[in-house]
Design a binder for this molecule. Sequence first.
Ligand code: 3AM
Length: 185
Amino acid sequence: MSPVRADEEIRRLFVAGDLPVETRHAVEVWQRTAFASHEGLRLNHALHITLAFLGNVPQARVPELTEALSQVSLRPCDVAVAEPVFLPVRGAKRVVVLPLLERGGELARLQADVACALASTGLFEAERRPWLPHLTVARFRRPGQPFSLQNVNIPGFCVVRVVLYSSLLERAGAVHTPLAVFPAS
Ligand code: 3AM
């Protein structure tokens, strides 16, 4: 990866699959009840399926990324929402996620294709650990212990678009701004 110059404008970037509005609402309803009495957690309302986290990238190179992403063949992906899991698996927990399950492996293929397209720009290196499709629904304010959570009953949904997001870290949490949208067809 090329070094970043001190005078370059930098963006913190990631690529994610978006949720249909009904799914977003269903997750929010579940979050409100499930975490009502857990003040040690911050609910995540910026719900998305992270496909690739790029981190800091010079603004001037964003067009290369959008060009690379536009070459990916995007097919709609059907997924089901599984019961909540506390991560990391070992040790004190930092997040609560809803894993996503799929039958045909389309979403996993989409993630691999997105990662490959991004890697071709030299601005992204794929993570070694296997990708876990999930929605992060809450973050521990301080690493903590798991607790029992209400079952989820959120209908399956279809991922129909991929978005290149810029993430600005603010005191109240990250603010995500879509820079480019890639609809599935
Ligand atoms: O919504 P989730 O949690 O799946 O956890 C961050 C979030 O994904 C992840 O990128 C998404 C947008 O912020 N993220 C943040 N820093 C990361 C890093 N250093 C990271 N993923 C991998 N490595």
